[in-house]
Design a protein. Structure first.
Length: 552
């Protein structure tokens, strides 16, 4: 998988979306309502593609402990052509929309990368890239206007911000069930290799409505540190919250433009074992759903993070919400020593900034428990995103679009993947004994546009420009996977009530005010009461009934 894909994961806070109204559950398929609903994904096995492994004779170098994928430390020396013939036959331009973080890449007329891939596809794909930080706003406007491109990438976590998303899916996008279910998927062998679990989440309204983008790792967040900066101070990576907070004071020195943290509140919550399932739910001993705001663990985390802010350990540009680029402050300037990010942040930041600073060494901090016992890590192994096809395309066009998506899903070891990931040799990469290394033009033009309209049977690496990365990542991942949180609603796709969705951001903003000292800690009870009145209790009832109807 690519650096940009991991950057995508870096913003991860996975959601599930669903349908059904009236009676909440699975198989009811009545008209969705503002009260939300749920589907039991176990009931739709007959809609899913039959999985078939690709026989490419390329074995990973390091095994991952499932659901952690395995990884490659070296780029395969011999590449195969995974797809014969060009997937595009009509010559008709395909419109597509994908997210990007950072500067937008040049468009179809100014990009040697897009032109090269489109030539191989046999049909031009014209991308509109949108700021990933405001992607939900664009999606809401586009779906509301019923004006969508032929291929639309919808990140999983953004679905939680789109009211009545299942209604929009039914109205605006093609039903892919008959194109892909069972052995029909054999026409698209790359898609046939996807994990069955990923396809389950592409069901809406009891039909297979999208192509999933399988996650290549189950972790939504990690705390990264500049190991090179720690070693320069004679410090080791911390192994407990006490060590972390002590070290944070040691490395913070405003006179030297150095602070410990960006906003690390989600990681502080993880260290305190705050629940993370379905945005923050768990079951109490009596099987009643309980949200994180209501737990003592959340209050402990809130108090710790508030003190971090009070002690001046967070970079002032982050505190002031000036739109500071925390990634650059961490990886380039070194003025942040510990940064929270999705796992996807790691490789891309290391590869880009080590060109200027060869001593740069970004490493993850091991997950630990602040309260004793084993640590807990939130789980995020549902698909990263979904690719939808605009309704009304017609059978031949849908098949052409699926062939394009199939091409874009070619795995490591194929010529297609080399072009998709690294562009044209001599322009976008140079081939070294360890494999392809990107040029500056590649960093400018390649934003994984084609990956975001497809997916890939998940694997990790290889990355010749960061040769230690896969080994380091899988070492951390195979240890961290032991502590994944169990999700009581596993296999249930839940669409939260509109009222709950609408108050989600305001509630977080209120707690941010507490964290940053703009409201007293004594306001927590009133904020929780306000949250309960604004969809919290409705969401609790929905989640309880979903479990009951599923026989759990």
């Amino acid at each position: 998988m690519t650096a940009s894909r991991r950057t995508f994961l870096g913003l991860l806070g996975l959601s599930a979306a669903a349908t059904a109204g009236g009676p909440l559950l699975a198989g009811c398929s009545e008209k969705p309502t503002a009260s939300g609903g749920a589907e039991n994904l176990d009931k739709f096995a007959n809609l899913l593609p039959a999985r078939k492994e690709l026989a490419l004779n390329i074995s990973p170098d390091i095994a991952g402990t499932p659901p952690v994928p395995s990884g490659y430390t070296k780029y395969p020396s011999t590449l195969i052509d995974a797809i014969t013939g060009k997937p595009g036959t009509s010559g008709k331009e395909i419109t597509a929309m994908t997210p990007v973080w950072g500067p937008a890449p040049p468009g179809i007329g100014q990009s040697a990368y897009l032109q090269a891939v489109n030539a191989e596809l046999g049909v031009p794909v014209n991308f509109t890239t949108q700021d990933g930080n405001t992607y939900a706003d664009k999606l809401n406007a586009m779906l509301g206007a019923r004006d969508v491109p032929e291929l639309l990438c919808v990140p999983g976590w953004e679905i939680a911000k789109i009211p009545r998303f299942s209604e929009a899916v039914k109205a605006l996008f093609e039903d892919l069930t008959d194109h892909l279910k069972g052995d029909a998927v054999n026409a698209y062998p790359m898609l046939a290799s996807y994990p069955t679990a990923s396809w389950r989440h592409a069901v809406w309204n009891e039909r297979l409505m999208a192509v999933p983008n399988p996650s290549d790792g189950p972790f939504p967040w990690a705390l990264f540190t500049r190991k090179d900066l720690l070693e320069a101070r004679g410090l080791a990576i911390p192994k407990s919250l006490d060590e972390l907070l002590t070290m944070a004071k040691q490395v913070t020195d405003p006179a030297k433009n150095a602070w410990a943290f960006d906003d690390v509140f989600p990681m502080i919550q993880i260290y305190h074992k705050v629940p993370g399932s379905k945005f923050g739910w768990r079951l109490k001993a009596d099987k009643t759903p309980e949200f994180k705001y209501e737990t003592p663990e959340y209050r402990q985390a809130l108090e710790v993070m508030a003190k971090i802010y009070k002690d001046g350990l967070v970079h002032p540009d982050i505190v002031a919400s000036k739109g500071a680029d925390a990634g650059l402050l961490f990886a380039q300037a070194g003025s942040i020593v510990f940064k929270q990010a999705g796992v996807g942040f790691w490789q891309g930041a290391q590869a880009e900034h080590q060109k200027v600073n060869p001593k740069l060494n970004i490493q993850p901090v091991p997950v630990f428990s602040a309260t004793g016992g084993d640590p807990l890590m939130w789980r995020a192994d549902e698909p990263i995103s979904f690719t939808f096809i605009k309704k009304g395309a017609g059978k031949e066009r849908v098949e052409e679009l699926l062939r394009v998506i199939n091409w874009c899903s070619a795995p490591v070891g194929s010529q297609e993947a080399l072009l998709r990931e690294y562009g044209v040799e001599g322009k976008h990469h140079t081939m070294t004994p360890n494999g392809p290394v990107k040029t500056d033009l590649a960093f400018k033009e390649i934003a994984n546009q084609y990956f975001f309209i497809s997916g890939r049977n998940p694997t990790i690496g290889p990355f010749p420009d960061t040769p230690n990365y896969v080994r380091d990542l899988l070492g951390w991942s195979n240890e961290t996977v032991k502590y994944l949180e169990a999700d009581p609603w596993e296999g249930l796709k839940v669409e939260m009530p509109d009222k709950f969705k609408a108050f989600a951001v305001p509630a977080e903003e209120k707690f941010t005010d507490v964290l940053r000292g703009r409201r007293p800690m004594s306001d927590v009870d009133s904020i929780v009461a306000e949250w309960k009145a604004n969809g919290g209790e409705e969401a609790r009832d929905l989640l309880a009934k979903a479990l009951s109807e599923a026989g759990r």
